[in-house]
Design a protein around this ligand. Structure first.
Ligand SMILES: C[S@@+](CC[C@H](N)C(=O)[O-])C[C@H]1O[C@@H](n2cnc3c(N)ncnc32)[C@H](O)[C@@H]1O
Length: 269
């Protein structure tokens, strides 16, 4: 190889390297931050929280969990309340793609588990379409966290053989909901986002055959230091909480297992 060929080869190699560096993509970590208590994070969640360059986080991620994100990571709040969205879902999806294309390690931190009423699936669909590498880290969902910290086993051989997670945004005449199935007395129901529709949920369950005396628990800010648990039945819970200044997030558990709370309660006692 003469000197000219040598120089040409060197030039081509440099160009190839430059091309490859343009192709270096970041990565997205879709991580479940659990219901609030930071000690409920997985080790994998914590490791990825420590190595991210930028974090997009939701309203339900507790301050105590946010404390554990890498100090110098950029923080972007993208949370939603019922009527007020800091950022529309499509924009969040696109931002994840754009940041990863800039070569960043992006932490998408969500309350609870990203795949349970968390739109985690929608967020990684666009990443998959764009060939952006991602990983998903499960979190403790509110049902598991709140039930454990309220001393309410969601299943129990004597009382409930199955458990069902239901969105509280359903309507009594929603054709997609089989209300008679929800009336099965040996099934525990866990309603997410159920505070606003609480009265409707209770009335519709009774109208579809669930016993009016079925025990229920409303858990406010589960697993957090200010957790409160209100125990009653399907007919009385709304009256019980009406002057208690209850705020989201709350979880509503319906079923015979709620009876166990009086003996099994342990947190904040
Ligand atoms: C949009 S869903 C997200 C659920 C989340 N992905 C999970 O797996 O827990 C939000 C609902 O989760 C429930 N929730 C989340 N954290 C909670 C907590 N610490 N205490 C009570 N309910 C909680 C509430 O019902 C709230 O309205």
């Amino acid at each position: 190889m003469n000197g000219q060929e040598d120089a040409a080869n060197q030039f081509i190699q440099q160009e190839l390297n430059a091309d490859q560096s343009n192709l270096i993509l970041g990565e997205v970590y879709l991580v479940g931050g659990g219901p609030g208590d930071p000690e409920l994070l997985t080790l994998r969640a914590l490791r990825l929280m420590q190595q991210a360059d930028v974090v997009l986080y939701d309203r339900l991620v507790s301050d105590a969990v946010m404390e554990l994100v890498r100090r110098d990571a950029e923080r972007v709040y993208v949370g939603k309340r019922r009527s007020e969205h800091a950022m529309e879902q499509e924009n969040i999806n696109q931002l994840l793609v754009d940041l990863a294309k800039q070569g960043k390690r992006v932490l998408r931190l969500k309350g609870g588990d990203p795949f349970i009423f968390g739109r985690g699936g929608e967020e990684i669909e666009l990443l998959a379409q764009n060939n952006i590498p991602f990983q998903v880290v499960p979190g403790i969902t509110a049902a598991s966290g709140c039930a454990a910290y309220a001393g309410i086993p969601l299943t129990h051989r004597d009382y409930a053989q199955s458990v069902r997670f239901v969105t509280g945004h359903l309507k009594s005449d929603d054709p997609n909901v089989s209300w008679p199935e929800l009336a099965n007395p040996t099934q525990t129901l866990v309603f997410y986002m159920g505070l606003v529709g609480l009265q409707d949920i209770c009335q519709t369950l009774i109208a579809n055959g669930r016993a009016a005396t079925t025990p229920v628990a409303l858990i406010e800010k589960g697993t957090r230091p200010d957790q409160r648990v209100f125990v009653s039945d399907l007919t009385k819970i709304v009256d019980m909480i009406c002057d208690q200044d209850v705020h989201a997030p709350t979880l509503f558990i319906v079923g015979e297992v709620v009876k166990l709370h009086s003996n099994l309660r342990w947190f904040n006692e």
